[in-house]
Design a protein around this ligand. Structure first.
Ligand code: SAM
Length: 223
């Protein structure tokens, strides 16, 4: 994915991540082979889920898990589909260098909410699992959707505090990520993420942090 493609995907949408950091993560994810199934824990309004939807091939699968079922996921499931605004041209001001130098607050153009994700129209299989990622019901639903297959990549941007990330790692990442698959943990400065980073099982690759380290996204490869 190029910076221009990410710019178009995110224009007018609510997103809680930094573009340049996510672009670098997407480019790492794109090197996975195979790359057909992605799980995202913490979907909100599908800002990052749109990136995964474009990253898996046509026919590939994205499973989004979120406990918030009110406006965000239901709207994202295809009930409101019109994107009312065309993105402005990708300009000099929105190059990767621009993103790298942007202030450590969310960019204005990330906070609009007028372009909702249309899962129904997607040529990928998009599944939403609504519930607490730490609950058995959510684990059972993920297992059922996967139908014996495993994810190639799991992105965690859900509960960042206490033992929520660790429990998600034990109950979702370890059982449902394939050997050689990649796990990315967002917001590693929050206490739950920080604790999990210090507790990752040994792997053939050292734990890395995605540059430019804005929110802090750690990478762990499953042996
Ligand atoms: C930071 S937002 C996700 C932003 C999204 N990845 C993006 O960049 O567009 C965190 C989301 O995690 C969800 N969440 C927090 N704790 C959760 C839990 N225990 N189980 C499921 N979802 C949770 C919240 O409802 C919220 O929508």
């Amino acid at each position: 994915m190029t910076g221009e493609e990410l710019h178009k995907l995110w224009w007018g949408r609510y997103v809680e991540n930094y573009p340049h950091e996510m672009l670098n993560l997407v480019n790492i994810v794109e090197t996975l082979n195979p790359l057909e199934i992605i799980i995202e824990i913490g979907v909100k309004q599908c800002g990052t889920l749109r990136l995964w939807e474009r990253t898996v091939p046509v026919g590939g699968m994205v499973i989004g898990v979120d406990m918030d079922s009110v406006e965000t996921i239901t709207a994202a499931s295809g009930r409101s589909t019109q994107v009312s605004k065309e993105p402005p041209p990708f300009s000099q001001h929105q190059t990767e260098e621009f993103w790298d130098n942007c202030p450590s607050s969310f960019l204005d153009w990330q906070t609009c909410t007028d372009g909702l994700f249309d899962a129904v129209q997607s040529d990928r299989q998009i599944h939403f699992v609504i519930g607490d990622s730490n609950s058995q019901g959510v684990h059972d639903q993920i297992k059922s959707i996967l139908g014996g297959r495993k994810a190639d990549f799991i992105f965690h941007d859900g509960g960042h505090y206490d033992d929520v990330p660790q429990k998600d790692f034990d109950n979702i990442v370890l059982p449902f990520l394939r050997a050689g698959g990649l796990f990315a943990l967002a917001d590693i400065r929050d206490d739950g993420g920080k604790a999990l980073c210090q507790n990752f099982p040994p792997s053939h690759n050292p734990v890395q942090v995605v540059p430019p380290n804005r929110a802090g996204i750690a990478l762990w490869w499953k042996p």
